[in-house]
Design a protein around this ligand. Structure first.
Ligand code: FEO
Length: 404
């Protein structure tokens, strides 16, 4: 795929990764793109690069427009490997380019490359770069989602190049939101946004709200948001900003997601009466088995729901390994404003449910205790107990949901 003009004189010159299914442990069933942008102005400027294995794509795209030797400026918004590891090849082609980067970005880039011959300009929020007829203003966005991160705003085009922010892992022929919605569906695009947010940006909700407020206070007019992954928001950039604000404000559906794993189906049997109890309370319920579902998908569904019940058998007095792994992953994402509970079967002394509650408390989640445990295999009395547990949990979720 060749370059695509996104604004007069500004081109997408990135690469499409149709095949990636594991993005540093995060499952990407739809692949992804590495977007970068070339500004053809009096001073030719490249904004970001791409993942190393794809550098020939961006180089070919650039060569289709201009001689890379003429690139005078390179803006590095983010040094993570999927965006900056082509810098070696790019700098061989454009050795005189001045690299505009945050101080933390420079420190990171120094660890990946021998930068001793490269020219740098350290930038911070409010600094600008004039490319001839266009002015780029830099906006630092530390911890959104790395310490070095920043965004680049092109005033004349009302264009925000937003690096990872507002991205989606979607490989597609569509470069723009409206094209994607025509070819595929709006629902799929929204799913991709939530998946990306839940697995990458969930810990940073407060920072996201503060940064959006800062952009609004600066009065930046934005009619296009161009992230470094997925489609560019040109039809309605306000829509993605609103989605981010909703997620940062912990918006969720009134639903309980049951996430479980099982050794000999006993914990699995428990999900049925628990699910029936939740339904009896008039609350939507969804059931996910961990070994049948990518962890990132389970995380997205957790994030979309107000509450989760975690089902774990006891193995050697602790949680079943896949459940422990999921909970560890979730703990790192620092979710907020979600109600949780746990259940599971055991054969000897138990311990998994107790351990799950201990982790819930560390995470500061709204835990409903006690959970429910069953010896070996649920009998009729256990099934009643599970039904009541699900029903009472769902009643509490309804009440809790009112707060948001
Ligand atoms: Fe797409 Fe933080 O890298």
């Amino acid at each position: 795929m060749g370059a695509v003009e996104v604004k007069p004189g500004i081109y997408w010159v990135g690469a499409i990764d149709w095949a990636i299914r594991d993005f540093h442990g995060y499952v990407t069933p739809n692949g992804t793109t590495y977007n970068n942008y070339l500004i053809l102005d009096r001073h030719v400027t490249l904004v970001d690069t791409v993942k190393h294995e794809f550098c020939h794509y961006t180089i070919d795209n650039i060569k289709g427009l201009t001689d890379p030797a003429g690139i005078e400026n390179i803006v590095i918004n983010h040094i993570e490997n999927d965006h900056a590891t082509s810098m070696g090849e790019i700098m061989e082609l454009a050795p005189n380019a001045l690299i505009h980067i945050t101080e933390r970005g420079k420190k990171g880039l120094d660890r990946f490359f021998d930068t001793s011959r490269w020219k740098f300009r350290i930038v911070k929020t409010g600094d600008t770069l004039n490319t001839g007829t266009k002015t780029i203003t830099f906006l630092e966005t530390p911890m959104l989602h790395w310490p070095d991160s920043m965004m680049s705003y092109v005033k004349e085009d009302k264009l925000l190049i937003s690096q990872d922010g507002f991205g989606q892992h979607l490989a597609s022929a569509a470069r723009f939101d409206d094209e994607y919605c025509d070819q595929c569906s709006t629902v799929e695009l929204e799913h991709a946004v939530r998946d990306y947010y839940a697995n990458i940006l969930m810990p940073f909700g407060q920072l996201i709200k503060a940064k959006i407020a800062e952009i609004q206070k600066l009065g930046l007019e934005i009619d296009m948001i161009a992230p470094d992954h997925g489609v560019i928001w040109r039809e309605d950039p306000g829509k993605i900003v609103k989605m981010y604000l909703d997620m940062a404000n912990s918006k969720a559906d009134l639903r309980v997601v049951i996430v479980y794993d099982t050794m000999w189906h006993s914990t699995e049997y428990m999900t049925i009466p628990i699910m029936e109890g939740i339904k009896a309370a008039g609350v939507e319920v969804e059931v996910i088995k961990l070994r049948a579902t990518p962890m990132s998908e389970a995380t997205k569904r957790f994030w979309e729901s107000r509450a989760m019940l975690l089902g774990t058998p006891t193995l050697n007095n602790i949680m079943f390994p896949t459940v422990a792994e999921f909970l560890t992953y979730l703990r790192g994402l620092r979710p907020k404003n979600r109600m949780v509970g746990a259940f599971g079967s055991f054969g000897w002394g138990g311990g998994a449910v107790k351990e799950a509650y201990a982790v819930f408390k560390q995470m500061g989640l709204e835990a409903v205790e006690p959970g429910v445990e069953v010896l070996y295999r649920p009998g009729p009395e256990d099934e009643k107990k599970c039904f009541e547990f699900g029903k009472q949990f769902a009643e509490k979720v309804k009440e809790y949901h009112q707060k948001f």
